[in-house]
Ligand binder design. Sequence first.
Ligand code: NAP
Length: 295
Amino acid sequence: MKIGIIGPGAMGTFLAGVLGKHNQITLVGRQGLDIERVEIVGETELISEIDFTTDVSELSDTELIVICTKAFDTEVAVKGLIDHLPSECKLLSLQNGLKNEEIIAKYIGEERTIGGITSHGVTYLGTGKVKHAGKGETVIGGYPNRHDEKEIAEVFDKAGIKTELSDNIIGHIWKKVIVNVGINPITALLGVKNGFLLEDEYLHCLVEEVVDEATEVAKGYTELPVEDTFEETKRVAKTTQDNRSSMLQDIDNKRRTEIDQITGAVVEKGEESGVSVNVNRTLHGLVKGLERSYL
Ligand SMILES: NC(=O)c1ccc[n+]([C@@H]2O[C@H](COP(=O)([O-])OP(=O)(O)OC[C@H]3O[C@@H](n4cnc5c(N)ncnc54)[C@H](OP(=O)(O)O)[C@@H]3O)[C@@H](O)[C@H]2O)c1
């Protein structure tokens, strides 16, 4: 398959590497980089030959585009693409955050929009080089309902990214956002690893409150694919106990975080539907304040 990947960061470089073994990959960045091959170390070890470009017109014969920018860059990235894509080309988001698919569908139509989540952990080591830090579930599905994504799931499976097809991708996206609102802001504010949330009694309760609020909001928009979102959040915190969350890494490196697209989006939806989101609003404000102190 001819696949375009937008964003040569951690996730984009990883996917270019694993998918590059059996597919023709064009990795697209917004600034010129010298990448002819990508290297993955860690759980997966491989080197793949790929094409790199900053010129989106080179995607004119692409069958699938995977968006791997941070969620706050989705709109600009998609807007820049749409005039250059063949009419059959589909766009898949594997980002975090609540609104990526909504943004993609606005520009390209729901029938060509595929939603997704992935819990593979990837760390950026440098241009064209990443560490595959841990495996996790990947789920994709047509937005808002399933279309025909079987071939794409097979391409990902063949690349070693075991991929589930879902009729309820919105529910999966909400589930991931709920876990993220529970783990990311608190670890980012306190500078602690994910596992610390399970050790401290006060933080344990705080996570429960944050997750409960977000779950109540989610129920107004979707059917969640797990019964107990707090248990799910604790499970993720346990399996990633030695990790520094992506939001904490962004704070550490004085980069913009995805707080608006994760916690901010839940607060917005809560206010829209009249569900109390006081704790999430507070965490959103604190992370925004921290971000403003260095941005
Ligand atoms: N890393 C993980 O383990 C992981 C796991 C699951 C989900 N995710 C999600 O995946 C998404 C990407 O995360 P990441 O860790 O890969 O972020 P990242 O390392 O910051 O990479 C984002 C990349 O997108 C590029 N970009 C931004 N706008 C662009 C545009 N218009 N055209 C082309 N490239 C553009 C950025 O380029 P510049 O350098 O020019 O800014 C950067 O290289 C996020 O939503 C994240 O939450 C990540």
